[in-house]
Design a protein. Sequence first.
Length: 250
Amino acid sequence: MSMGELDGKVAVITGAGSGMGKASAEVFVREGARVVAADISGAEVQTASELGDAVIAVGCDVSKEEDVIALFEAAVKAFGRVDAALNVAGVASGGALAEASLEEYQRVTSIDLLGVLLGTKHAIKTMLSNGGGAIVNWSSIGGLGASPMGTGIYSAAKAGVHAITKAAAVEYGAQGIRANALCPGFVETAMSGGPGAATRFPQLVQGSALKRGAQPEEIAEVASFLCSDRASYLTGAIIPVDGGTTAALP
């Protein structure tokens, strides 16, 4: 029987009901991890039922600290430890800055920024008791630059994720905790139009060197590597997984 790169590890994954969170749960189970699949939608139950005994489902609103505390407590209760945390849960946003409302700012930042902060905070607190671990925070190429499509609030939240990730890496590296952030480009998830979206809207991937969108599992594979012992010297990195989009001049 071949060994997976995550054999023996326990991972907490938010946003695991769909998209890149669900794909990450699938890849992590394939690689030998036990997974706590968290989501606010209820779809985490379906993810767990599809993936079997290695996965438990926990309902979680990542913007509420009591929910995030309960999530990590459930992981320790079920599996005894937490070795990896993937803060995937997020929402999209659009609209020009001059039209931005406080309500939209609070909606987006409560999940895309505060949710990641809380997930990182309680991952660290839990991992310190078992000698360390790896955190992967979901950002976006929107956190690396702005778009004329009007993603200012979203970009601000994702740029904040970079700062939180670097702070976690610097503050807790000596205690065995690594933290990195992924910046996906256009990924064909339900939030972005689902499978075939890049074919229907080719302008969305025009700037990609590969001239296509990503499948959710292509991002999940990078997260699996980052949480494995093979990435033992990689921390504090902000990693574009964008098919070369940010490599190109406009």
